[in-house]
Structures are given as structure tokens and as C-alpha cells.
Design a protein around this ligand. Structure first.
Ligand SMILES: [Zn+2]
Length: 403
């Protein structure tokens, strides 16, 4: 570029700057330094706002009453290396705190999955289910810390029967099994999901007619290196302890196959496979499993980000398996780390919008940055018949409750 050319460029840049300062002076809004070309921007600071002009439907209440089969109002207080220990419980909210939101959002019933064991379970039942039997159900959990003791199989089966008598309406199995529980509880080799010591536990749930809500594995990306190719990079970078890449962890596929062997061995037991079987990224595979195992149900908690980014595939899945999909959110009152799970009005409005409308490209979580991957979702616009089944009919059948 010659001298004249460069001067012209500077002059025009000067004019541009002067005009910019004038208009800024008028609105008295101090601009940041004029953006140099190629300015670096940290990924964490990138919050693009969609410029799409598309319908935005607010769905303050669900079309039909809801049973949220996946919530956490209580949990076992003590943990070591991901394994819950003992009977002491902690609570994220009281019944009186959550009931007004439930009423506003048309949530008829919440299932508190992590109800603990022994005295803790009795306490959790007494706090929610006993005073409000038509609004709260409680599930019990396995006594992991006894899983390496002689006679565990029988003890565990007896405990489930005892818990059921005390009011527990199902068994919840966290991803502890497969990813944290070890032969010496927190040390030694990992215990397999299909380890025979749990057969009596699965079996007794079937004979009592109570479902097992089971979380096996985690999103596929959690089993891959935390690098620039990982679609959940930001989330894993913020929570490196959520990664199951390397070490002695089995692969996602190995965990799911072990789960399938459990489903096959216990056909009389109904399994609510949480988080769309932790393979919402691979709905053809989840469908295959549903076809193979009539005792398999799925729940959608914290996976509308996955379902909603493949709305055509997801809609077909909902149509085909409409009798075996249960509404759930994985909601926890007063959470902080995981906006996709915090028990708020906003959270339920997003789920309802996803299921009921055909809105396009909206946030799957109430957060400035999509927390489970940088994308947005599309509504499924399900029919009234399917909505009714997913919102409460399927759950009412599995849980044997009247709505
Ligand atoms: Zn959960």
C-alpha cells in the first residue's frame, strides 16, 4: 500500500472513530476500546444471542398433570470416593418449600429417588411422603458399604422388603454401581453392574412389584479425553471429576451392555432407565434396547439438551415408545453447579415447551451459556395423547398410583 493509500485509510478510520464517539456521547454509553481486528475472546466469555425471529411460546403449566419421577429432595449425607455411606441424611428442601412450585407448575407428584437406607429412609419418608402421600413418593437405595460382607445378597434383598413395608415405592441405583463402588467399597477393582451379588436385590423388586430407577454410565463425551474435540469440553473442564476417561474405568458401551444383562436376567422387574439410558446421543441404540427388553422404561431427566438437538429422531422415538417414556427432571432444590437441574419454575417451563411446542432453537437450561454443550434445542410438539402418557399415565402405571 502506498503512502496516499495508507493516509486515506487512516483518515477514514478517524472519521469513523469521531462519529462513533459522538453518538456514544449522546447516549452516554462509554464503549470499550474499539475492537481490534482478530481480538481474542475466551470461550467462557462468549455468550452469543440468537438473532432468529421465531415464535417463543411460554408454557407456564403443563397441559396435563405431571409426575416427576426423578428428583432429589434428600440424599445420603456421607460419601467416600463417590460411595454413599451410612444412614444419615441431608435435605435440599422441605415439603412446604417445594409444594407451591409444584402447584404452580401442575406437578401432581414428585418421586424423591435418593431416600437412603435404614433410619435415614424412615426419616425421608416421614418428612415428605407421610404428611403428603398424594404428592411425594420415596425410593430406597442399596447398602453399598455392606456389599463386600458375607451374606450381603440376602441381607440386601431383606432390606428392600423391609423398606417397602416402611413405605418405599422403588429402588434407586446411582451410577455408583459401575463407576465408584469397588471390591473394598472405595478401593480395589470396580464392581461390575451385573455382578451376581445383586441378583437377589433386582429379583425382590420384581416380586414386590416396585420399579428400579437405575442410572448406569454417563454421557458418551465423559468417556473421552477432555480436549478441543470434546463436545462437553467446558462442562468437563469445570468438573474434571465428572470425567471417566482413562484409569480403570470401563467404556460407556461396556457399562450399558452390563446393564442389559441385568435387564435380561430379571424380566419380571421393571427398570426405569434414567437419563434416556445415558445414551440419548444414540437413540437407535436405546430403541434397540427397548425392543429387546420389554421391562425397560426410560426417563428423560437432564437430557432434553440431547433429545432437543435431534428433534426429528427424538419425536419418532417418543412416538414409537410412547408407553414407556416417563417424565423426569433430575431436579434438586437450591442447586448451584448444574443449572439444567435446579428446581425452579423456569426449569419446568423449558421441559413443557420442549414437549408441547414446535418452538425452534431455544435454551435447554436456564443459564447464560448452555451448560451441557453449546447448542440449543427444538420442541417436539407431541400430540395430546402422547403428552398425557409421558406426563403421568406411564409413571402412574409403573408406580401404581392414582392421579
Ligand atoms: Zn438424579
Amino acid at each position: 500500500m502506498g503512502t496516499i493509500g495508507r493516509r486515506r485509510l487512516l483518515e477514514s478510520a478517524g472519521v469513523f472513530l469521531a462519529a462513533r464517539q459522538m453518538s456514544v456521547g449522546r447516549v452516554s454509553l462509554a464503549p470499550a476500546e474499539p475492537a481490534p481486528e482478530g481480538q481474542p475472546l475466551l470461550l467462557k466469555d462468549f455468550e452469543p444471542r440468537s438473532m432468529l425471529h421465531v415464535p417463543e411460546t411460554k408454557v407456564p403449566r403443563s397441559r396435563y398433570p405431571v409426575i416427576d419421577v426423578h428428583t432429589h429432595l434428600s440424599s445420603v449425607a456421607k460419601h467416600r470416593h463417590g460411595v454413599g455411606l451410612g444412614e444419615e441424611m441431608q435435605y435440599s428442601a422441605t415439603a412446604d418449600e417445594v409444594l407451591p412450585l409444584m402447584d404452580r407448575k401442575n406437578i401432581r407428584m414428585m418421586v424423591n429417588l435418593t431416600g437412603g437406607v435404614g433410619k435415614g429412609l424412615l426419616e425421608a419418608i416421614a418428612k415428605f411422603q407421610t404428611p403428603h402421600p398424594d404428592r411425594f413418593l420415596t425410593f430406597t437405595e442399596p447398602w453399598w458399604e455392606r456389599s463386600n460382607q458375607p451374606g450381603y445378597s440376602q441381607f440386601q434383598a431383606d432390606e428392600i422388603a423391609r423398606a417397602h413395608k416402611a413405605g418405599a415405592r422403588g429402588l434407586k441405583v446411582l451410577k455408583t454401581l459401575g463407576l465408584y463402588l469397588r471390591e473394598n467399597i472405595s478401593t480395589g477393582p470396580l464392581v461390575k453392574v451385573d455382578d451376581k451379588r445383586f441378583d437377589a436385590m433386582w429379583e425382590v423388586c420384581g416380586s414386590l412389584g416396585i420399579p428400579v430407577a437405575i442410572h448406569v454410565s454417563d454421557p458418551e463425551a465423559f468417556f473421552l479425553p477432555i480436549d478441543r474435540f470434546n463436545e462437553r469440553f467446558e462442562e468437563l473442564n469445570n468438573h474434571p471429576d465428572w470425567s471417566f476417561y482413562g484409569g480403570d474405568f470401563p467404556s460407556n458401551a461396556e457399562l450399558l451392555e452390563a446393564r442389559n444383562r441385568v435387564l435380561a436376567r430379571h424380566p419380571q422387574t421393571q427398570f426405569i432407565v434414567l437419563h434416556v439410558g445415558n445414551d440419548a446421543e444414540n437413540l437407535p441404540y436405546v430403541g434397540e434396547c427397548m425392543d429387546r427388553f420389554p421391562n425397560m422404561y426410560v426417563e428423560m431427566g437432564a437430557r432434553i439438551g440431547e433429545l432437543g438437538r435431534q428433534p426429528r429422531m427424538a419425536k419418532k422415538f417418543f412416538e414409537k415408545y410412547q408407553d414407556r417414556i416417563l417424565f423426569g427432571t433430575d431436579a434438586v432444590p437450591h442447586g448451584k453447579d448444574t443449572p439444567q437441574q435446579i428446581f425452579t419454575d423456569k426449569l419446568y417451563e423449558i421441559y413443557y415447551r420442549f414437549l408441547e411446542t414446535e418452538d425452534e432453537y431455544f435454551d435447554y437450561a436456564p443459564a447464560p451459556v448452555p451448560p451441557q454443550g453449546r447448542w440449543r434445542i427444538y420442541g417436539l410438539g407431541l400430540t395430546e395423547e402422547i403428552l398425557k402418557k409421558v406426563y403421568y399415565e406411564n409413571a402412574a402405571r409403573v408406580l401404581q398410583v392414582k392421579i
